[in-house]
Write a protein of this length. Structure first.
Lengths: 583, 242
């Protein structure tokens, strides 16, 4: 945080998050508002508790049937080499590994509590504590189970077999009770008629379970006690003592599980070392290229001659990071039509195409990192290249935007195929577009689809370019906050930084789209309200271009700004880790 | 020709380079030596245009790096201490990329020649992760030499090389200078500097301590034998022998 820009970024991010968390609290009476919302679901709480307890029990029993588990602890290679020879007691070492994994758990608890407490501080604290107990318990249980399974390998076969058989017998007993209990729950549901909700609530109520399947109710008690406190926070005016008492069981289980894990005698060292090496290998982005076949190594998106604009070389290089496929094939694949497809396939293609067309451009900057975010790792190479800043910046932005646009075009191709298939004789034609819509605009469904694609594809390209431009600008402005390279780790710090930058990007993207939206709105207002001219389908591409032009101008301006940033960039401390002499 | 005048580089309040000046004529090889953190790499990075200097002037083959960065970079090649290559590009791809970046009209032919000289013909379709440290270093040098630079800057060029590769690297440096390039070699391997370089610049704490040919440096230091080697001179000059 030596540089003010990070302080500014942090303050803005924290303010944003705080506003998000505090906004509900700033309302006149958040508790009352939440109370109204809770009142609608409070009668469902017993049923929800039973369902959650049942799901947890099923998951746990199935987990124990699974014969594989991790005997490793969350320690990296350096920690292992330092800690194993050190005069540290074994249980302390395991305890350290257990505590080390708490960062992720705590961050997860914070986010869940933030998003589910409705701005009520008391509920936030309660949710945080109970979710923490649950997640910690889940984590410890998994770790303990893995170490227990590994321990079986170290024991004499007969003893190991007896232990395994005991667990299997226990799981079998649980499942016998589960099946009979589930049957007693399902039977009344078969009569679901007018008031299905009431029937479901009744079937899952504790009283009914105790009466109809007492053993099943008893079996569910431990897991019900576990999930109960999480739901307990929703009960209005519940006495504090009662709430605290309900947390005693999960807390006790956390303590017992912790002891179970730290007292393990399993030899975890080799498994942990192996795990840390696997983790390190995952981070080796270069490893995946070794699998590329010889013929594919000679392929490129296009042939790069020795003479011409140098920035084309950067586009060529970065496109190859996404795919070593010739662009001709990719473009040709889009222009495919098919007939006589079944409606269910047309429906799937329609959904996939629509989602692809809508999501791909927005995800361009996030999904494809074949740009500065990868190249900044080799800044001592690319800074020496004889290219103007803005040309270099633009050539970095183009590849991810291009790949995203191609994917979106592929999605559009799917829609087109679905459109052609849907309009063939025999097909109902209702899957893709409502027939009334096309008819009201005076064109066929297929024409409307083609016009829609002609409208959307340039817009998709522009949005993808904006998304990629913003990501690259961010990489230049706050390089320490951006995960450089192809791999993204999921550490709490990175997730937090990713959320901050993601929120900032969303705002920037929304602002970037605003001028186009305003222009279209003005156009339609003038046409429909002022001039009272009818809307015709053929004007769709023009409307699309109206949105594209201001976006293109914004992208152009931003790439110029990116070029200035690149020219003035001093990567000494943040990217090159400049060396200082020993004092 | 390389001309650096009163170069200063400050970051986070620390003066990594403090008023350093040097000049390397055409066909000359300058050895840049100094203890860790002396400012060698920072100087070379400023010279290569990787980091902007705080003040001072850098001229490469007659072009001011600040006012004519493209022209200056077009004539320069920098070989960093770590062979940073692109994971997803083969050896041949690297040369194709550099040929286009620098507009080398005979790029494909020259790439094949350089691959042969670097004994990387069999590895032309290999990715960097499939190359040894020495092979990577040779590929980086091949990329650097592709556009026949007028200025060659090498930072620790022998790190990780086997004896045969070291010998080839020394020959390459000499040949490049003989072809008319100005060369700067920064290294902790004082024998290399003594063997290859025409002149030596000893830096410490970002400033010049001594500069000149070995004979000139010997004359500048008191109590030094007439046949003292660079290691002895370096220890004396930087005060590391006390």
């Amino acid at each position: 945080m030596k540089q003010p820009k990070y302080l500014v970024g942090t303050l803005a991010g924290v303010a944003w998050m705080a506003m998000f968390a505090l906004r509900p609290m700033l309302r006149a009476n958040p508790t009352a508002e939440l109370g109204e919302q809770i009142a609608n679901i409070v009668e469902w709480l017993p049923a929800l508790e039973t369902a959650a307890a049942l799901a947890l029990l099923v998951a746990l029993s199935l987990w124990w049937l699974w014969p594989f588990g991790k005997a490793s602890l969350e320690l990296n290679e350096t920690e292992l080499h330092l800690l194993l020879p050190a005069p540290v007691r074994r249980r302390h070492l395991i305890q350290y590994a257990v505590l080390r994994s708490q960062w992720g758990v705590l961050f997860g608890c914070f986010m869940i509590s933030l998003f589910s407490s409705g701005g009520v501080p008391g509920l936030f604290v309660w949710r945080f504590v109970t979710v923490w107990m649950f997640l910690t318990l889940w984590h410890l249980h998994g770790r303990g189970r893995g170490l227990w399974l590994a321990r079986l390998q170290e024991l004499p076969p007969a003893l190991a077999w007896r232990r395994r058989a005991t667990v299997m017998a226990l799981v079998a007993c649980v499942w016998v009770l589960l099946v009979s209990g589930i049957a007693s729950v399902v039977t009344p549901l078969s009569g679901l008629s007018t008031d299905g909700a009431a029937t479901l609530q009744g079937a899952l109520s504790l009283e009914r379970l105790r009466a109809d399947a007492p053993l099943f109710a008893l079996l569910l008690t431990p897991t019900r006690w576990l999930v109960g406190p999480i739901f307990g926070g929703l009960v209005p005016n519940a006495p504090l003592v009662g709430r605290l008492a309900s947390a005693a069981w999960p807390l006790l289980l956390v303590i017992v599980h912790n002891e179970w894990v730290v007292r393990s005698q399993t030899r975890f060292e080799e498994a942990t070392l192996e795990r840390s090496r696997r983790q390190a290998a995952k981070g080796d982005a270069a490893a995946r290229f070794r699998k590329v076949r010889r013929r594919r190594r000679q392929q490129a998106p296009f042939t790069l001659g020795p003479v011409g604009r140098p920035e084309t070389a950067i586009v060529w290089k970065n496109l190859m990071l996404a795919h070593r496929t010739h662009l001709g094939f990719a473009i040709a694949a889009v222009v495919v039509a098919s007939t006589g497809l079944p409606e269910w396939l047309i429906a799937i293609m329609t959904v996939a195409g629509t989602v692809g067309l809508g999501v791909t451009p927005l995800m361009a900057g996030h999904q494809w990192r074949n740009d500065l975010r990868t190249d900044l790792l080799r800044i001592d190479v690319i800074r020496t290249w004889p290219i103007d800043g803005w040309r270099l910046f633009t050539s970095q932005v183009v590849p991810p935007a291009m790949v995203a646009t191609l994917y979106a075009a592929g999605a559009g191709g799917l829609l087109l195929i679905a459109g052609i298939a849907a309009t063939t004789p025999g097909a109902s034609g209702t899957v893709l577009l409502p027939p009334d819509l096309a008819a009201s605009l005076g064109v066929s469904q297929l024409t409307l689809l083609l016009l829609g694609l002609a409208t959307l594809l340039p817009l998709v390209a522009a949005v993808a370019a904006l998304s990629a431009t913003l990501q690259n600008l961010l990489a230049l402005l706050w390089p320490s906050w951006i995960q450089l390279g192809q791999r993204r780790t999921g550490s709490a710090a990175h997730i937090g930084q990713g959320m901050l930058t993601g929120l900032g990007l969303l705002v920037a993207l929304a602002v970037g789209l605003l001028p186009g939206g305003l222009l279209i709105g003005t156009w339609l207002f003038l046409q429909l309200r002022v001039a009272e001219l009818p809307f015709i389908a053929w004007q769709l591409p023009l409307l699309g271009m109206t949105a594209v032009i201001p976006l293109a101008v914004i992208v152009w301006l931003l790439t110029r700004f990116g070029g200035v940033l690149w020219d003035q960039l001093d990567p000494s401390a943040e990217l090159l880790g400049a060396e200082r002499p020993a004092s | 020709m390389i001309d650096i005048t009163q170069l200063v580089k400050v970051y986070d309040g620390f003066r990594a380079v403090d008023g350093l000046s040097l000049r390397v004529e055409t066909g000359q090889i300058l050895g840049l030596v100094g203890p860790n953190g002396a400012g060698k790499t920072t100087t070379l990075r400023c010279l290569a245009g990787i980091i902007p200097p705080t003040s001072g002037h850098i001229t490469i083959a007659g072009f001011d790096l600040h006012t004519h960065p493209i022209e200056a970079r077009q004539r320069l090649a920098f070989v960093p201490d770590e062979p940073h290559l692109f994971d997803h590009l083969t050896a041949l791809d690297h040369l194709t990329l550099f040929a286009r970046l620098y507009g080398v009209t005979d790029g494909p032919t020259r790439a094949e020649t350089l691959l042969e000289e670097a004994e990387l013909v069999d590895q032309r379709l290999s990715f960097p992760s499939e190359l040894s440290r020495g092979m990577k270093q040779k590929l980086v040098v091949a990329c650097a030499l592709l556009h026949r630079p007028e200025v060659l800057v090498l930072d620790e060029p022998l790190t990780g090389l086997d004896p045969a590769a070291m010998r080839r690297m020394k020959r390459t440096v000499r040949d490049t200078a003989a072809a008319g390039a100005s060369v700067i070699v920064s290294s902790h391997m004082l024998q290399l500097v003594e063997e290859v370089c025409d002149r030596v610049l000893i830096v410490n704490r970002g400033t010049q301590v001594l500069a000149g040919t070995l004979d000139e440096i010997r004359l500048q230091l008191p109590d030094v034998d007439a046949d003292a080697d660079l290691e002895t001179l370096f220890m004396k000059a930087t005060g590391a022998d006390t």
